[in-house]
Write a protein that binds this ligand. Sequence first.
Ligand SMILES: [Fe+2]
Length: 288
Amino acid sequence: MIYKRLAVSPISGAMGAEIGGVDLANLDDETFAEVKQAFRDHLVIMFRDQNMTPEQLLAFGRRFGDLDIAPFVKGMDDYPAIIEVVKTARDEVNFGGAWHSDFSFKREPPLGSILYAREVPAVGGDTMFSNLHLAYETLSSGMKDMLDGLTAIHSPRRSYSAKAIASRSRAAMTIEADETSESTWEHPFIRVHADTGRRCLFINDIYTIGVKGWSEAESRPLLKFLGAHAVKPEFTCRLRWRKDSVAFWDNRCVLHNALNDYSGHRRHMQRVTVVGEVPLGVSDMAVA
Ligand SMILES: [Fe+2]
């Protein structure tokens, strides 16, 4: 892909790119078109040295779609579509510290999430990403065929039940259970990307809790295998944050994991989430 406006530097062979030459607070249409293309090409894109007010951060998100109001996690008082992801020097548990895609338990999981680094430790607190297209494409044909006929059950319960929240208090964030904490939603294992038509393995360790029609004893080993397969090192990239860095990832085909390796230091990010669509499986596409 040739970019006229952007300087695009891939981060790993699997995914991810750092983008130079962009002021996200002042984005003309031609540059935005290339940002969108880079997002499609690289699945997670990172911008350095951005200077954005909350309004500008929201405006950048809105260029990709409507903004989501996060369940369970309270947004900023004046900007409910922005959640502040904070770990203080005294907190032990971080937010998002395991492989997952954001809110996959929703009927329409987010299209993508934007994270803006306001305060980061001198070292540590990187975020890892994994490319679920590669995870799908490297499965055997037998496994692909089996998964194509299966439906996964997703739920927020492991993270957002009252018990789970109480066991992992984060002083700096307001996280509360509600009547949907134990809810479940079904999604295809094999998801067809709405923009590209490319298939991916749509599961994650936190929110995928079972296989429809299978017992827990049957589901567990399959999900364990797929969870480990999905994050093989060769499918991943790792973003190192600096203050004022912004990253945007495609939550439909990417897993991420916020590393918790900066004990005694504060990290403060702002997140905006873009509304997505109902995940479609291979058979949905055949019908369409
Ligand atoms: Fe996350």
